[in-house]
Write a protein of this length. Structure first.
Ligand code: FPP
Length: 241
């Protein structure tokens, strides 16, 4: 890599839509589950690399609310991959001082997946180098509706509601908004991911299919981010001052 990552200008939070597992498998004449299986290797490499680079929060879109409408066999394959990956990789999370957490309607996951996740969350809760957040049975609209229902249930006066209070009702309440959102596989969509939180995120799209995504791809995305000017609605001059 010709350019070096500036460690003083790292995104604190990177979110990734891991897309292209199915196409990767189909291009090799294999079933889609084979793509997901190889997607786990990309997850491991990316998680380790992010922690080593100094990223504090990494959110991976592992299973969307809409993914429940996939064929039962594919859902089962994804759930058992999740269980075995968590089971196998909790040690790696401990060795790398990484805390695991989730966002989404995780109550709707199979009980085995819930159990495995809860154990790993409990075991890694004291880790401090990076937080790995798995979005499972997650969608941005679900989250915003959920927050609204809870605000009403808590009897919060509508006059009092502002961005800070609303944000306290989101599943990401203790996590800063992602500065960088990466999507693989050449698709240019948000697909219901972190709709509230990406208001000012930089978007990075790559043609790489998720199972082929590696540390160098993450580094490339971070370098690309570091070459952008973030203005948050202000002028260039205001930012320079
Ligand atoms: C998108 O590819 C990928 C998913 C829906 C699942 C991602 C899951 C994993 C990588 C494995 C389990 C995760 C963890 C965190 C251990 P796609 O199937 O939509 O691909 P396509 O667009 O080519 O069909």
């Amino acid at each position: 890599m010709s350019q070096i990552i500036d460690t003083n200008n790292l995104p604190k939070h990177i979110a990734i839509t891991m897309d292209g597992n199915g196409r990767w498998a189909e291009s090799k004449g294999k079933i889609r589950a084979f793509g997901h299986k190889n997607g786990v290797k990309a997850v491991r490499d990316t998680v380790e690399a992010a922690a080593e680079i100094g990223i504090k929060f990494l959110t991976l879109y592992a299973f969307s609310t809409e993914n429940w409408s996939r064929p039962k066999s594919e859902i089962n394959a994804l759930m058992s991959l999740l269980v075995s990956a968590i089971n196998k990789e909790t040690k790696t999370l401990m060795n790398n001082n990484i805390k695991l957490s989730t966002i989404g309607a995780t109550d709707s996951l199979p009980s085995k997946a819930k159990k495995e996740l809860n154990e790993a969350i409990e075991e890694t809760k004291g880790n401090t180098r990076m937080t790995l957040i798995l979005a499972l049975s997650y969608s941005g609209r679900w989250e915003i509706l959920n927050a609204t229902k809870n605000l009403i249930a808590d009897g919060i006066n509508h006059e009092k509601i502002n961005e800070q209070i609303f944000q306290q009702y989101l599943t990401t309440k203790s996590v800063p908004d992602p500065e960088l959102l990466i999507r693989t596989s050449g698709e240019y969509r948000i697909s219901n991911f972190l709709l509230w939180q990406i208001a000012y995120s930089e978007l990075y799209f790559t043609n790489r299919l998720w199972p082929d995504f590696r540390r160098q791809d993450l580094e490339k995305a971070i370098l690309n981010y570091q070459n952008r000017e973030r203005r948050f609605g202000k002028t260039k001059k205001q930012i320079q001052n």
